[in-house]
Design a protein around this ligand. Structure first.
Ligand code: GRF
Length: 201
């Protein structure tokens, strides 16, 4: 199965997918890595021919960047499109184009803390636990059907950084687990919910 990855930053989630493929834990192929930031370290994790990047800030209209990105993603015929540390909001047209095969990994226990600064917000709220979610992407930010979550405890002396590191360690296996279901054809977006093997969760 063909997997396209959108990434803006470090790319450790992308690396988790690459490692899983190499070690035969994920029966798929990364067919392209797409970034809104040409300097994103994530791009360096794949051969040059698989990289696509444009500086999103240099586009006068958001729609123009999204259309170019969408055309580039579509050109590699992905079965699944995964946002893994993609920090730019996707326009509605892009989302509708890949709807049903577009996933995101988000560092909070959704529906808590959509958007940015999730770790700081969990600490500010005094939460006892925090975590990460993989969900289908819909036009509303971080609001699509949740497929799976992983939880971590919050420690009394946590900073946003220590908490982020604990969450990140759980993001990698969670994303691989979800992608195993996805590439096996077992995962379907079902309105506001998710079906595995045709059974609504
Ligand atoms: C992850 O915490 C991801 O959930 C969030 O941004 C971070 C990116 O990490 N959206 P990486 O680029 O995959 O290392």
């Amino acid at each position: 199965r063909r997997i396209a990855v959108l990434a803006s930053s470090r790319g450790s989630n992308l690396q988790a997918l690459l490692d899983a493929i190499v070690s035969n834990r994920l029966d798929g192929e990364i067919v392209g890595v797409f970034s809104d930031k040409p300097a994103a370290p994530a791009l360096q994790r794949v051969p040059e021919m698989l990289r696509w990047s444009r500086d999103a800030k240099s586009y006068a209209r958001r729609g123009d960047f999204d259309r170019e990105l969408g055309d580039a993603v579509a050109a590699c015929s992905p079965d699944w499109v995964v946002c893994a540390g993609y920090l730019r909001i996707l326009g509605d047209a892009f989302v509708e184009r890949f709807r049903g095969r577009l996933l995101n990994i988000h560092p909070s226990l959704l529906p808590k803390y959509r958007g940015l600064r999730t770790h700081a917000r969990a600490l500010e709220a005094g939460d006892q636990e925090h975590g990460t979610s993989v969900h289908f992407v819909i036009p509303e930010l971080d609001a699509g059907a949740v497929i799976a979550q992983a939880r971590v405890p919050v420690h009394a002396d946590d900073s946003p950084e220590t908490l982020a590191a604990r969450v990140l360690a759980r993001e990698h296996p969670l994303l691989v687990a979800v992608m195993r279901l996805a590439v096996a054809g077992r995962l379907t977006e079902c309105g506001t919910t998710v079906a595995v093997d045709g059974h609504t969760l």
